[in-house]
Design a protein around this ligand. Structure first.
Ligand code: RUB
Length: 319
């Protein structure tokens, strides 16, 4: 058993009170630290086993945001190094805390840097469309607005969970003129849009972008209207598994997010499907705005690899 805060984190991620790939990763890092501080043991084998258990519980919460396994990998690789070298429990615990804090700090600074990089791509008078709620996108829009670039924002509702309403609230409160539209009207409005910027839950080695369901239809409409389609994403959104032939799992969420249980009971002949994410192919993506620079979807892989130097070990550190 871990402390209550740990289960608040796993439940919070599962039920989407904690959501958005970057925040999920940072909160999972905190979860690992909370678990590590609570393990009452003087035996490093036992301690390491419990820490891996905590990591597996965190991993089970949501499958698509690869920022979560990437954050855990970042921390556990360092911790494992100390454990393998015969470190004491106190030693291993300290490395867990330090690595977790390092990840959280670098993640927050990445979101900030993305704002600076992305704002450079926006011009006075731009009408920008976004989908869902992404801290990386908000950072770009917020930074541009804060530096006096006059922009307007169109936000899709992002059914079924309406994360677009969060974006609309957050950015209108900053003073950005915001127009809220229904998801299916994205193509209708595309002729008046200058740039689309969305976030990412995962980026695959072939350059594909995995983000909130509906993103790929917006990308299609943007391409048709010759509107720039950009993705704001930290380098830890890259999925190293895709480099080895794996696929990013698309999360299927409960159908009750789409229709009520009552409605379902009344219409037993209807099947409801609720995938939370979709895949936008790289040919629809003009640029990926990262904390280290702006990349094409085809070169992002090298950026991420250079930054993290993943060794693609056969065994994950939490196994
Ligand atoms: C959120 C979503 C966001 C990305 C990027 O989905 O698709 O666009 O996670 O967000 P959900 P960020 O609401 O299902 O978690 O830039 O904040 O990491």
């Amino acid at each position: 058993m871990f402390p209550e805060r740990f289960y608040e984190i796993t439940e919070g991620i599962r039920t989407m009170q904690i959501r958005g790939a970057g925040l999920i990763a940072r909160t999972a890092s905190e979860g690992l630290q909370v678990a590590s501080e609570s393990i009452d043991s003087t035996d490093s084998d036992h301690f390491w086993g419990q820490l891996k258990k905590a990591a597996r519980l965190l991993l089970e919460t949501r499958p698509t945001a690869v920022s979560l396994p990437n954050a855990l990998r970042f921390i556990l690789t360092r911790v494992k190094g100390r454990y393998d070298a015969g470190g004491s429990v106190a030693d291993i615990r300290r490395v867990t805390t330090e690595a977790s804090e390092e990840f959280i700090e670098s993640s927050l600074s990445a979101v900030d840097r993305i704002g600076i990089m992305g704002a450079g791509r926006l011009e006075d008078g731009d009408i920008v469309l976004t989908h869902c709620n992404s801290q990386a996108v908000n950072s770009v829009i917020g930074r541009a607005h804060g530096s006096g670039i006059n922009i307007q924002l169109y936000v899709t509702e992002s059914r079924p969970r309406y994360q677009g309403l969060i974006t609309a609230k957050q950015l209108s409160e900053l003073g950005v003129p915001v127009t809220l539209i229904v998801d299916s009207s994205a193509r209708y409005f595309m002729s008046r849009i200058d740039k689309v910027i969305v976030g990412a839950d995962a980026l695959a080695s072939n350059g594909a972008v995995i983000n909130k369901i509906g993103t790929s239809s917006i990308a299609l409409a943007a391409r048709e209207a010759r509107v720039q389609f950009m993705v704001a994403a930290e380098t830890y959104k890259f999925s190293p598994e895709t480099f080895l032939g794996g696929l990013v799992e698309i999360e299927e969420r409960p159908v009750e997010e789409v229709v009520s249980t009552d409605w379902l009971k009344k219409h037993p002949g209807v099947r409801v499907l609720n995938p939370a994410f979709d895949v936008t192919p790289p040919e629809y993506v003009d640029a990926i705005i990262t904390e280290v620079g702006i990349a094409s979807p085809y070169t992002f892989l090298f950026l991420a690899r250079e930054r993290y130097g993943w060794t693609f070990e056969e065994t994950e550190p939490w196994v």
